[in-house]
Write a protein that binds this ligand. Structure first.
Ligand SMILES: [Fe+2]
Length: 459
């Protein structure tokens, strides 16, 4: 009987190996928007290449890529910020790729000098002001926001945020480390409150009168202006946008971008997907869905962005921020920026997005464990006490043994053994050609919930 079950399971595994297509792409993504996922589905429809998507925080994904090393199943890394792609590249987690389309449609500022990553969409980090209390003539540069006239009036999210870290790197590049650090010091002194919430929350606080100016990415303003919620539209209408530094280096712009991983097992498919995302149709969909500037020079801007008008963008190539990112982080986490490293943002994110799902998962897990324990425990106890059969004495003791292993150790051991990068799966892949994709494994459903989207959009 046991032999029969074993053979059936083995056959099922082999069948899964035969039916699972070789044509796959595995994406690690820190960008969580519906529009991109619709495009991945369209890509699969057009090419037959299956897209496996793992969504998580970008820093966690980079850490994961690093730990997985050459065994990583990931082909592509998507981030909402150039800084994290630069970091991934400097950790040797990305590789260069050749694409005529990328060179043709993506301006040099928005792609890596060595060709390991390219932008997908572009966003400007602008100054948003309350129309009743501030006029555009009062504003000029990021630097000016550190001046004494802005004491207690500036709203900005935490310095732990990627957008602020990359903005800071651009300030270091433009002003030098000392001047950039004293700018941060001035900005912290001028804050209307301790940093909390995301960019959208800064605009809401601005409308509510907590401050007079905020540093915000353009698409948050676009999303507020086009929100189905009348209150949010009202918030956006009370505020105006100013593109800073128009008379010198230009406004700081950032990208959401995509990079080819160092050990991509499906690099040809991955490059096809990158080019698909840069096609005119995809660029139009991506930029319109999130009020971002298309990275492709061939695609016109969405209407909302045309209304805000053309502006001078900082021409320094984003990839050239690499030597300044480290200094930027030091300034932001050092004495000057320490007040901006406020943990409210993290806690409110956890409370809003993660905790409810985790509590619910835990309850389901407890119910499942209780039910299974009851069924297995009662039935085996009944068998052992009511019947005489060979090995009964052994079972009498053996059935108690699992109690000696703490549940979490058991869980971690199984998770480790059944991980995609475990020796077991590596052996199945290389010897039997069985590849279920990294996140369709039995362990995901038995022991760990599958990686989940923590919210719609990025924090
Ligand atoms: Fe964002």
């Amino acid at each position: 009987m046991i032999r029969k079950i074993f053979l059936t399971v083995l056959a099922a595994l082999l069948l899964a190996g035969c039916t699972s297509s070789d044509e796959v792409i595995n994406i690690y993504s820190g960008r969580h928007y519906e529009a991109a996922e619709d495009l991945f589905r369209e890509f699969t429809r057009q090419t037959g290449i299956q897209v496996n998507l793992v969504k998580a925080d970008t820093d966690q994904l980079i850490k994961r890529l690093d730990l997985e090393g050459a065994g990583s199943p990931a082909d592509l890394l998507i981030t909402v910020d150039a800084g994290r792609l630069i970091t991934a590249k400097s950790l040797d987690l990305l590789q260069a790729f050749q694409s005529e389309l990328v060179n043709e449609v993506v301006p040099p500022s928005y792609r890596d000098t060595d060709g390991t990553w390219t932008g997908l969409t572009v966003r400007a980090r602008v100054i948003v002001y309350h129309k009743d209390r501030v006029g555009p003539a009062d504003l000029s540069t990021y630097e000016a926001l550190a001046g004494p006239e802005w004491r207690g009036r500036v709203l900005v999210r935490s310095s732990q945020n990627h957008y602020n870290q990359t903005l800071m790197a651009s300030m270091v590049a433009a002003l030098g480390p000392e001047a950039a650090e004293s700018w941060v010091r001035g900005l912290v002194e001028n804050m209307a409150r301790s940093p909390q919430g995301n960019d959208r929350d800064q605009v809401k606080a601005l409308a509510a009168g907590t401050g007079d100016v905020a540093i915000v990415n353009t698409y948050y303003m676009g999303l507020l202006l086009n929100s189905p919620n009348a209150e949010e539209r009202g918030v956006a209408q009370k505020t105006g946008i100013l593109f800073p530094n128009q008379n010198d280096r230009g406004t700081h712009v950032n990208i959401s971008g995509i990079g080819l991983t160092r050990h991509a097992p499906n690099s040809n498919n991955a490059i096809r997907l990158i080019e698909f995302m840069l096609s005119n149709t995809s660029q139009k969909i991506l930029s319109e869905a999130n009020c971002e500037y298309p990275v492709s020079v061939r695609v016109p801007w969405p209407e909302q962005l045309l209304e805000w008008g053309a502006f001078r963008a900082d021409t320094l190539r984003l990839s050239e921020l690499q030597p300044h990112l480290q200094e930027a982080m030091l300034s932001l986490t050092g004495p000057a920026g320490s007040e901006t490293c406020f943990s409210d943002e993290v806690w409110s994110h956890i409370l809003r997005n993660l905790l409810p799902a985790y509590v619910l998962n835990t309850i389901w897990l407890m119910l499942g464990v209780a039910l299974l324990t009851f069924l297995m425990g009662v039935s085996t106890a009944w068998l052992v006490s009511m019947y005489r059969f060979p090995g009964r004495r052994v079972f009498e003791w053996a059935l108690i043994l699992p109690i000696a292993i703490p549940g979490y150790i058991n869980g971690f051991a199984w998770a480790g053994m059944l991980d995609y990068t475990s020796p077991l799966y590596a052996w199945l892949r290389s010897n039997l050609g069985i590849d279920t994709g990294p996140y369709n494994l039995p362990r995901q459903h038995l022991l760990l919930p599958p990686p989940r989207q923590t919210r719609t959009g990025n924090p």
